[in-house]
Ligand binder design. Structure first.
Ligand SMILES: Cc1cc2nc3c(=O)[nH]c(=O)nc-3n(C[C@H](O)[C@H](O)[C@H](O)COP(=O)(O)OP(=O)(O)OC[C@H]3O[C@@H](n4cnc5c(N)ncnc54)[C@H](O)[C@@H]3O)c2cc1C
Length: 496
């Protein structure tokens, strides 16, 4: 089923950002005569969804753009690899059918027909059994909870919707909030194991505001009967990334692979260039879209220590994904939460139960996902050691599973997979503006209480690009498509 031109379905949750008044640019640079009448030159650091969306928007508004991407491919955390002629995300990916910024971009690129909407089969592994939890009826049949607690679990999203300002939850832990809202039994059976599985020692520090936003997002993608519908792109996320890169190039932009930004040139407090392996790339503005510690490295020496420390204050979890090509399916579920702390992976995602890549053929794709600190010994395991580490656990969960089912395996690791949204996170968020004039940050660590995701990446990339082009336009004068710049389509929802 394609969604055609259907665009806005539902609202984003409220997002917020401190004013950043403390970190306003310190100096204003005079415009040199040769800069006048030029369209601004912008370097985007990072070719993930935020960077590509920023580049696309800046080009639309008349800027000259170069994207520097450290990896050999674009897409960042949503990048793909090839298996038997098909593209698979390194880390499992889907969209909620409320992802309006993604849908708007897809519409602008005239790619509506490429989006597919499908029901998702979700479930949970608990106390040695698999439970389907895709619809409200499934919740009512969920035996590990008493009837009253099944109702409390089912009504949680409604209760969450009654909360008007996430700010009231910023200093409350998700553990405390959930225990109060749906009771100790529901917390012990459903939420505590998930928090522990994903956040480990940080589980009890996770902010209720972050959890609330996640609940609303997931709840919002349910249809009238309560079943969840998710979206995907024909040809995988890579197909959309390829379209976006092609569009950037068509508009005169440049995407450079294997070319990490390593430093800056800053004159009188104004950014004038980005350093990379090819030397210095002169520019009028920069949008940095990587994780904050990488940005802190790039700008080191040009900002004071306090600012660098602020960027490093937000913690991240890494992720390791074991991707199995199997001859047989493990279950009928697409998404399985593992509510068993003795199982070392928090999610088992059988991608081919959502996107049937080889229908009728004996090839099934399963991701085993583990969030962890990058100094965890599991993160350093070789691919083969990780497979051997996982095998007994898979066997325990799926008794009919046999090693011979494995056709091949792949392992992907990401150092900065998940910003750690702990209580009081709102105060930690750096503003888009930095102490360096012309240097802006658009990072997934700034969108709290929302969780990172490609939909928000697109929104933030476009928004920050619009702001930068507008600033440079008034500084440099002509050369920018004024109509486009003055008519910005992208905006953040109201701040709660
Ligand atoms: C396990 C997992 C599952 C996910 N599932 C989903 C999902 O189902 N749906 C969804 O929408 N989102 C999902 N996400 C999140 C989503 O992929 C990201 O949040 C989103 O793509 C953010 O993109 P980004 O561009 O901000 O950052 P990133 O994707 O991290 O991109 C940053 C880019 O910067 C590059 N880079 C790093 N250092 C430098 C440097 N010095 N110079 C130049 N480039 C540099 C990196 O190589 C990378 O390409 C998932 C993430 C993970 C980890």
């Amino acid at each position: 089923m394609t969604i055609g031109g259907q665009m806005t379905q539902g609202e984003d949750v409220k997002t917020a950002k401190p004013t950043g008044a403390r970190y306003r640019p310190v100096q204003s640079a005079a415009t040199s005569p040769d800069q006048a009448n030029q369209s601004p030159r912008i370097v985007v650091i990072g070719g993930g969804f935020t960077g590509l969306a920023a580049a696309y928007e800046a080009l639309k508004q008349g800027a000259q753009v170069t994207v520097l991407e450290a990896d050999r491919v674009a897409g960042g955390l949503a990048a793909c690899f090839e298996v038997k002629g098909e593209q698979l995300e390194r880390f499992y990916h889907f969209w909620y059918n409320t992802d309006q910024h993604l849908l708007r971009l897809v519409d602008e690129l005239e790619l509506n027909e490429e989006v597919v909407v499908r029901p998702s089969a979700t479930g949970m592994y608990y106390a040695g059994s698999l439970f389907r939890l895709a619809t409200p009826l499934d919740v009512l049949r969920f035996k590990p909870l008493s009837l009253i607690n099944r109702l409390r679990l089912g009504l949680l999203v409604l209760a969450a919707r009654r909360i008007k300002s996430w700010r009231d939850l910023d200093h409350v832990s998700a553990a405390e909030w959930l225990s109060k809202l749906c009771g100790k039994e529901v917390f012990r059976v459903v939420w505590e194991p998930l928090l522990l599985g994903k956040f480990g020692k940080h589980a009890y520090d996770v902010s209720a505001a972050w959890f609330w936003a996640k609940l609303l997002l997931r709840g919002g993608s349910r249809g009238k009967g309560g079943a969840e519908n998710l979206m995907y792109f024909k040809g995988g996320f890579k197909a959309l990334v390829d379209y976006l890169v092609a569009e950037i190039r068509r508009r005169g932009g440049n995407v450079r692979y294997g070319m990490p930004a390593t430093g800056l040139e800053v004159r009188d407090g104004v950014v004038t260039g980005v350093r990379c392996a090819d030397g210095l790339l002169p520019c009028d503005g920069v949008i940095a879209t990587t994780a904050l510690p990488i940005i802190a490295d790039v700008i080191e020496g040009h900002v004071d220590r306090d600012y660098g420390a602020r960027l490093r204050k937000i913690g991240y979890l890494g992720n390791v994904c074991l991707v199995l090509e199997l001859k047989h399916s493990l279950s009928e579920l697409y998404w399985m939460n593992v509510n068993d702390p003795s199982f070392p992976f928090v999610g088992i995602i059988e991608h081919t139960n959502f996107e049937p890549l080889w229908p009728g053929k004996n090839r099934h794709i399963v991701y085993l996902s583990k969030y962890l600190s990058t100094d965890d010994p599991v993160y350093a395991m070789s691919d083969l050691d990780l497979l051997h580490f996982a095998l007994p656990h898979i066997q325990r969960m799926f008794p009919s599973f046999n090693r011979d089912w494995i056709i091949d395996h792949h392992v992907w690791r990401a150092d900065y997979a998940q910003p750690l949204a702990v209580t009081g996170y709102a105060e930690l968020i750096p503003d888009n503006d930095t102490p360096i004039e012309g240097f802006k940050i658009a990072s997934m660590a700034q969108i709290y209480p929302e969780d990172r995701g490609t939909n928000h990446a697109i929104r933030e990339g476009r928004l920050v690009a619009g702001l930068l082009v507008e600033e440079l336009r008034s500084k440099l004068g002509a050369g920018v498509n004024g109509a486009a710049a003055g008519n910005r389509l992208v905006s953040r929802p109201n701040k709660g």
